[in-house]
Design a protein around this ligand. Sequence first.
Ligand SMILES: Nc1nc2c(ncn2[C@@H]2O[C@H](COP(=O)(O)OP(=O)(O)OP(=O)(O)O)[C@@H](O)[C@H]2O)c(=O)[nH]1
Ligand SMILES: [Mg+2]
Length: 399
Amino acid sequence: MTTRTFTGRNFAEAISKVKKELGEDAVILKSEKKTSANSFGLGGRAIFEVTAADSRELKADLENGTEFANELSVQLKDETPGRVPPSQNYEMALLRSEVTALRDQLSDIVKHFRYSNLPSMPESLSRSLTQMTEAGIEKELATDLTAEALVQLGPDALMSAEEISTFVIAKMSRIAPPAVNRVAPRNGKPFKVALVGAPGAGKTSTLQKLATDPEGYGKLKIGLISLDTHRMAAIEQLRTFARVSGLPLEIAYTPKDIPAAMNKMAGVQIILIDTPGCSPGEDQRMQDLSALLEALEPDETHLLLNATTRVQEQAAVARRFQQIGITHLSLTRLDESQQPGALVTISQMAKKPIAWLTTGQKFVSQIERYRPDWLRSKVFESSYSSRAFTPLKSTASHA
Ligand SMILES: Nc1nc2c(ncn2[C@@H]2O[C@H](COP(=O)(O)OP(=O)(O)OP(=O)(O)O)[C@@H](O)[C@H]2O)c(=O)[nH]1
Ligand SMILES: [Mg+2]
């Protein structure tokens, strides 16, 4: 494959030269803004440089090139070091490094090929891709969903922003499914929901919201158990809440305290369990929490994630808490998050459904069940600046 470089006074001019010489399907491999040196050796006027290749040549090279690289590396592996004359060792090393470089180059070209084709998509599809990445949906996932839409939707649907978002949201709701509401006291036994997470993730606030908001479990008979016994202030905070809202509260310091605490919960339909914050590195705290949860046997264990933290941090927390057996993810501080779409990535990675979303510090009206429609409103119907700081309530009924 031969690559060619075209220059212009702006990108549009350079690209039009590319199209003229290599056709509409030309693949842009690199684009750069350079400054030409003037006669004093200082930076002169700007030049826009675009390196491109013929798409058919590139495709043929990708197929042959990958095979070539594989073949070569197999041949190189077959060589027994003892049998190679010393004079050839240097050449071998050189050849190996060339094969590695070739592989890296091919993988770069494959990636570039994938993305460089995107600007020629229908306008509404490329807008939906931008909206997804701006809302925090990982670029690779957003690109895959866009490619699927391009393949599966008909030409008319591809012109309609509404049809594209419906398609994408349906796909996303399989990747990040909403939790099924299955709270039901069985044989008089209360349903138990534990809230776990890193320090300050919003466990106690979410418990208070769930206990009071009718969108949560506010219409049911609720009992509270706290396992967060490390700080007196935490116990006092929950005691005050329980007293004011007239709910029974039990404190369990060790797994041995659990049976007695459960005995005092007769007649309640659902028990909400508050837990101490555990950072991913705090192994002892994690083990203590795990032992307490084993004794309690919750029906659901929700990992609460602060939506304003970076997606990598949320993923690290999720990976650690998966070891103690979480069943759901719930997201807090969505009122402050500019990248709410990150929850799709986390749910996909943790393979857990999403249950609750919280959107403020008040107990009432700032919690809701996650629904794919919520995602639609945040990804496709919000501008970047209004993505956070707006009420998220949707009118749909509970799943
Ligand atoms: N803006 C906003 N603040 C929230 C939200 N949820 C919780 N907070 C605030 O976050 C802070 C920490 O919340 P807590 O509920 O105490 O967090 P926690 O996980 O129980 O913390 P620890 O028990 O210390 O591990 C408090 O100031 C809450 O008011 C939310 O959805 N939006
Ligand atoms: Mg707390």
